[in-house]
Design a protein around this ligand. Structure first.
Ligand code: HEC
Length: 117
């Protein structure tokens, strides 16, 4: 029956989607540890200025975690600063504001970076 014959085009597309999904999963696994939150930081371009353990333009996230260790008010202050930008804590170079970053995403990223050791 012609109606039930497999459609080669859609089969090909499904195979491509499967391959792409597998590749994305493999990348997440390879990037290691807290990958979901780190991926969020990457997606929002934080990682172009911050390394996990090395300074780029802004301080290494591990240095930030060390500085605010045990400071219960740090999270809210950092979430606010990530959204509005600011300078003077780590040097003269300012961090530009990220007004389009959702608050819950900023919170996830800050939770993740403060948990780095
Ligand atoms: C254009 C470069 C740049 C980008 C992009 C950037 N930052 Fe920053 N960030 C900086 C600089 C520079 C500082 C140091 C500011 C200071 O001295 O107060 C900083 C500081 C910080 C701090 C420490 C603030 C403090 O008061 O101790 C946190 C946390 C932070 N950034 C998180 C983020 C997150 C999360 C993102 C992504 C949404 C991001 N940054 C994107 C440059 C950047």
């Amino acid at each position: 029956m012609i109606a039930n014959a497999p459609n080669p085009d859609s089969t090909e597309i499904y195979t491509m989607i499967k391959l792409m999904t597998a590749a994305t999963a493999a990348l997440l696994v390879m990037s290691g540890a807290a990958s979901a939150d780190q991926a969020l930081a990457q997606k929002n371009a934080c990682m172009s200025c911050h390394g996990v353990d090395k300074k780029i333009v802004g301080p290494a996230f591990k240095e930030v975690a060390k500085k605010y260790e045990g400071d219960a008010t740090a999270k809210d202050a950092l979430v606010a600063k990530v959204k509005t930008g600011g300078k003077g804590v780590w040097g003269a170079i300012p961090m530009p504001p990220n007004p389009n970053l959702k608050k819950e995403d900023a919170e996830k990223i800050v939770d993740w970076l403060l948990s780095l050791k």
